[in-house]
Design a protein around this ligand. Structure first.
Ligand code: NDP
Length: 342
């Protein structure tokens, strides 16, 4: 039987600063019939990621902006409802990139089958999905940490940050992070095995706290936030340090953000290598990375945390939790029944 109606959330207007409910429109649309090579999928979970904010801007980026009236982009974990492709059958669980919609008809070739026995299926959006792969590739291929070095990561309790910290620990590094609440700091220290973690909101003089936590300086900075935290970290980078620039979430809602830093002198003084990274550039290594991340979960060396918000229509409001810091770990919206749960 074919579901014919999909609920979708589109971009009604471009946000100025933090997105507001009126920037989004929720509507129900009829879906086309499933053609040969296509499948009908039903969304179980959809992901909320910081990069989506950038795609709501009409500005130069690494991808085209979402057009006005376009569905908000993003990955989902979905169930195949109907298939007209031999590679997938009803009941299969897949990862898609159909964005904020409850159902979709898509080519089977655009989907990745998820093994529900590997780990809970939500992990396909988190530690075994795009954020986990970002941490893995970004740290190991761009940060190039060596055993005994100090790795610093900002937004340390988040989907990317907590994974970075744990990989660095597995690789024998000293791991220091910063996060925005005592609960998040405790999670990094007690559960993820960080050597030090600073509550940047309550520590007072962040630079002094960082100096104390990183008495031998910093060899790898995994940059997630930008702004004042980033400047303080840069000043404590050792000679020949590496900066893996992954994100600058502190200015995603800024209305006057500068694109280019104005003084590069310090990078000469310390011979620092700065490299921006984009997870999709490493796609050919995703399967190997995912297998290693899964093996670390299996043997207990890697843990993860998720915040799951109920209800498709809550996605726009829940999205802002990323910028307010009220998510804790991977932020996910539960849209429909999860058949893998007993
Ligand atoms: P998180 O799960 O870490 O959630 C975002 C967190 O960022 C918040 O919980 C908050 O944590 C922190 N934050 C928000 N605003 C600020 C601020 N002004 N100053 C400091 N911290 C802030 O998100 P992700 O793990 O999904 O993403 C982390 C970063 O990685 C983002 O910058 C994202 O854009 C980037 N990214 C880049 C990719 C790439 O390919 N380059 C791919 C995936 C992610 P707290 O409470 O600790 O402040």
């Amino acid at each position: 039987m074919t579901e014919t109606v999909s609920r979708r959330i589109t971009l009604a207007s471009r946000p100025h600063g933090l997105p507001k409910p009126e920037n989004f429109q929720i509507s129900d649309v009829e879906l086309p019939r499933v053609a040969d090579g296509e499948v009908l999928i039903r969304t179980i979970y959809l992901t909320l990621d910081p990069y989506m904010r950038g795609m709501m801007e009409d500005a130069e980026s690494y991808d085209d902006p979402i057009p006005l009236g376009g569905v908000i982009v993003g990955s989902t974990v979905s169930e195949v409802v109907e298939s007209r492709d031999p590679s997938l059958a009803p009941g299969d669980i897949v990862e898609s990139y159909v964005g904020w919609q409850s159902h979709a008809v898509v080519p089977a070739a655009h989907l990745r089958r998820i093994d529900p026995n590997l780990a809970p299926i939500t992990t396909a959006l988190g530690v075994l999905g795009m954020p986990g792969l970002t941490a893995y590739h970004g740290l190991l291929k761009v940060g190039l940490p060596r055993s005994g070095e100090t790795v610093f990561v900002s937004a340390a309790s988040g989907a990317v940050g907590a994974t970075v910290g744990q990989i660095a620990r597995i690789k024998g590094c000293r791991v220091v992070g910063c996060a925005g609440s005592d609960e998040k700091v405790a999670y990094c220290l007690d559960d993820c095995g960080f050597d030090a973690c600073i509550n940047y909101k309550t520590c007072g003089d962040f630079e002094a706290a960082l100096r104390e936590a990183c008495s031998d300086g910093i060899d790898v900075n995994f940059e997630n936030v930008g702004g004042p935290i980033s400047r303080a970290v840069m000043m404590q980078l050792n000679e020949h340090a590496r900066m893996a620039v992954c994100g600058t979430i502190s200015n995603y809602n800024a209305t006057d953000a500068e694109m280019v830093p104005d003084n590069l002198w310090w990078f000469i003084v310390r011979r620092i290598r700065v490299e921006g990274l984009l997870v999709t550039d490493f796609a050919e290594h995703d399967e190997a990375a995912r297998a290693e991340l899964a093996s670390w979960i299996e043997d207990g060396r890697m843990i993860y945390r998720e915040t799951i918000v109920d209800g498709f229509d809550n996605a726009p409001v829940a999205f802002n939790r990323l910028f307010e810091g009220s998510n804790f770990g991977k932020l996910i919206v539960a849209v429909g029944d999860d058949p893998t749960k007993g």
